[in-house]
Design a protein around this ligand. Sequence first.
Ligand SMILES: Nc1ncnc2c1ncn2[C@@H]1O[C@H](COP(=O)(O)OP(=O)(O)O)[C@@H](O)[C@H]1O
Ligand SMILES: CC(C)(COP(=O)(O)O)[C@@H](O)C(=O)NCCC(=O)O
Length: 240
Amino acid sequence: MGKILLTDIGNTSIHFKLYDEQKNIYLTENRFYINEKIKFSSFINKGIVDEIVYSSVVPKLSKKLINFANKKGIKIRSIKDFKSINYKKFNIENTNELGADFVAYFHAMNNKKNHIIISLGTATTLSVICNKKFEGAIIMPGIKTSLYSLINKAALLKTSNFHFSNQIIGKNTAEAINIGSINSHYYAIEKNIELIKQNMKIDEVIFTGGNAYLLNEKIKEKYILDEDLIFKGIINIYNK
Ligand SMILES: Nc1ncnc2c1ncn2[C@@H]1O[C@H](COP(=O)(O)OP(=O)(O)O)[C@@H](O)[C@H]1O
Ligand SMILES: CC(C)(COP(=O)(O)O)[C@@H](O)C(=O)NCCC(=O)O
C-alpha cells in the first residue's frame, strides 16, 4: 500500500515510475542507460518509496537494486515471484526461460481481445496473446542493435541521424542504410504480423519500447502505441 516504485530493467535502459496506488497516478519518472553510473539514493528513499516492484531481464542489475533496497530497508519484489501469476496461461515449453518483460506485457492486457504486443528495445519482440493465453513470441535483434552492429563492423559506414525513409532505394549511403535498417525492420515486423494473422484471429496490435519513436509515424497509421505498457502490467500483477 502506498507509493510503489515500478521498475523496468532492460538490456539498454532502466526505467522507474513512482506510482501512487491510492490515487492510481504516476508521480515521478526516472530513466537511465544501464552503462551510466546510477545513483539510486538520489531518488529512492524510505518515506518516498514504500515498496519496489520490478521486471528485470538483467540479473546483475536486479541484484544491485535488491542490495540497495535491503540496505535502505525498502521492501522489494520481482513480478516473477508474485503468486498471482498463473504460469499455466503461458503455452510455451519452459516458463523458467521466459523474460519478465513478457510476463508483464501479458498482464497488461485485459484478455477480452487477442493481441500482438511488439516491444522495440534492445531486442524487438512480438508476443502473441490469444484466447487468454500467451501463445509464444518472436525475438529479433532490435532496430538499433542491428544498425549499430553494422556500423561498427563496416569500415566505411558512419553513424547518422537515421530515420524512416520515404524512398524505396537510396541514392546516398545514409538513405540506403535508412531503408535497409529502419524501413526494413518495420517491414519484417509487418510481415510477421501478417503471418500470425493468417493463423490466428488478432484484434489489436500494440507497440511499445524505447525505440518506438523511430517508427512513430508508421505505427500510428495502423496500430496502437502505448509507452507505459510494461508499467500497466506490473501494476496489474501487483493488484491481482
Ligand atoms: N534515459 C533515456 N532517455 C531517453 N530515452 C532513452 C533513455 N534510455 C533509453 N532510451 C531510449 O530507449 C531505447 C532502448 O529501449 P528500451 O525499451 O529501454 O530497451 P530495453 O528494454 O532493451 O532496455 C534507447 O535506444 C533510447 O532510444
Ligand atoms: C528477449 C529479451 C532479450 C528482450 O529484452 P529487452 O529488449 O527488453 O532488453 C528478454 O526478454 C530476454 O532476455 N528474455 C529471455 C528469453 C525469453 O524470454 O524467451
